[in-house]
Design a binder for this molecule. Structure first.
Ligand SMILES: C[S@@+](CC[C@H](N)C(=O)[O-])C[C@H]1O[C@@H](n2cnc3c(N)ncnc32)[C@H](O)[C@@H]1O
Length: 422
């Protein structure tokens, strides 16, 4: 068991042995097979009209079998044929079965216990694929917000912790009083930060309120579109955002607003994946994985999102007025091909993460890039196989960029070098 996985908060699952001989780690509603790394959701839980439901058997949530089919925004309970209004809005009807999962590759998946929480947010939208998307500011965010994506985000969090040698932040933040985590997702970073800094008050914001009730008193969540006017009644000492390259129409405006909402001397830090496939020996050239990534970029671009925007963060921080800016780019192998144990481990996590992400990042992008559903499905399967192939020595990267809001007296001093000269 990975030590960091063990220290995770949330509900610890139980370990069982199924008749395949694989150890499987289970938690309420979800199971991960530690040999295949495949997550299975044993149930979908929907709430009554009072609010979000939680994959916690102690909650008031009602449980339905996952075989229940999502139709017209309703989960149909197969035992009674009863349709239940979950508060989910519907987009297109599901008429075909083209968006099957890619043929299973079996990544060497590190063991990790999922938190066991699935927050199914009323007002979310079930699309034709069966995946669920944010209903608040509908259409603004292009990835799902459902249980499978929530698990993936929590899993992906481990990649950052490994890449940062266990740290949550690389900026020299000291002991910040007030902390903001923009686009917090499941809130996993915010929760862990709040636990590590008990004297900090941490606020996480997101379009989707998919953060489980963890009873960590110095951590709260607010629904907010970060591209609109922020309504917090105080300023922050540290503002963090991670994995946001798919989020904003105008990143510079978000960074500027962060600058305005920081106390003097406060830090902003952006941590983001960089989906550019490199290799040490040319083995990625001509692969289906490379083609897949190119088409995903092209699909995102067609919808106004540049997945390679992290290379501009430093420039944008300078333009916003930050100083002491630091930019780092860390390699993340696509699978465990490297010999070094640390990178081998990072590659194991990244391989499993890609396997879980491939559908979510394809659903809207590959059709935009001109692929038919059948072509898309085939390419997804081939890309997944390439990603798992240790003869392909590829790597992507993580960008980390941080900067400090200068004090007023620093800006007025003519002796200091201009931030723009950095
Ligand atoms: C890839 S997830 C990253 C979540 C989290 N930061 C992490 O690293 O685990 C991106 C998150 O950004 C949120 N998001 C997208 N657009 C947003 C916006 N305009 N304002 C606030 N949150 C947004 C999404 O709902 C989603 O939860």
């Amino acid at each position: 068991m990975d030590s960091m996985s063990n220290t995770k908060g949330g509900n610890a699952g139980s370990s069982t042995n199924d008749n395949t001989g694989h150890d499987s780690l289970s938690s309420p509603g979800r199971t991960i097979d530690s040999s295949t790394g495949h997550l299975s959701h044993s149930s979908i839980e929907s709430s009554d009209s009072s609010g979000a439901s939680i994959g916690d058997k102690t909650s008031k949530a009602r449980t339905y079998d996952e075989d229940s089919v999502v139709r017209g925004g309703f989960y149909a309970d197969p035992s009674t044929n009863e349709s239940l209004d979950t508060g989910l809005k519907t987009a297109t009807a599901w008429s075909s079965n083209f968006w099957l999962k890619p043929e299973p590759v079996v990544p060497d998946t590190p063991e990790r216990i999922p938190t066991g929480y699935t927050i199914s947010e009323p007002g979310s939208i079930v699309e034709g694929s069966g995946r669920t998307y944010n209903g608040y500011r509908e259409g603004k965010y292009l990835l799902p917000n459902d249980g499978a994506e929530q698990d993936r985000l929590d899993f992906q969090h481990e990649i950052f912790r490994i890449a940062f040698d266990g740290a949550l932040t690389l900026a020299p933040i000291g002991e910040p009083s007030r902390v903001l985590d923009i686009a917090t997702g499941t809130g996993i970073w915010a929760f862990e930060f709040a636990e590590s800094y008990p004297n900090s008050q941490v606020v996480g914001t997101d379009l989707s309120l998919i953060q489980p009730p963890r009873n960590i008193p110095n951590c709260t969540f607010v629904r907010e579109d970060s591209e609109e006017l922020w309504v917090h009644g105080f300023k922050f000492d540290y503002i963090h955002m991670r994995q946001v390259c798919t989020c904003f129409d105008n990143d510079m405006a978000v960074i500027q607003q962060a600058f305005n909402h920081l106390n003097e001397g406060g830090w902003m830090e952006i941590q983001d994946g960089y989906l550019e496939l490199n290799s040490i020996d040319g083995t990625t050239e001509g692969t289906s994985l490379q083609r897949f990534i190119d088409l995903v970029h092209s699909g995102f671009r067609a919808m106004g999102r540049d997945l390679l925007k992290a290379k501009y963060y430093k420039k944008w921080l300078i333009q916003a007025g930050f100083v002491d800016i630091c930019e780092k780019r860390l390699p993340v192998p696509i699978n465990p091909w490297p010999q070094e144990p640390r990178f081998k481990n990072l590659g194991r996590y990244q391989n499993a993460n890609f396997h879980q992400a491939v559908e979510a990042i394809s659903l809207k992008t590959l059709p935009k890039a001109g692929l038919s559903q059948v072509e898309a499905r085939d390419l997804m399967a081939q890309a997944d196989r390439d990603h798992n192939n240790q003869a392909i020595h590829g790597y992507c990267s993580i960008y980390v960029v941080y900067g400090r809001k200068p004090c007023a007296w620093e800006i007025s001093s003519q002796k200091l070098p201009s931030a723009l000269n950095q």
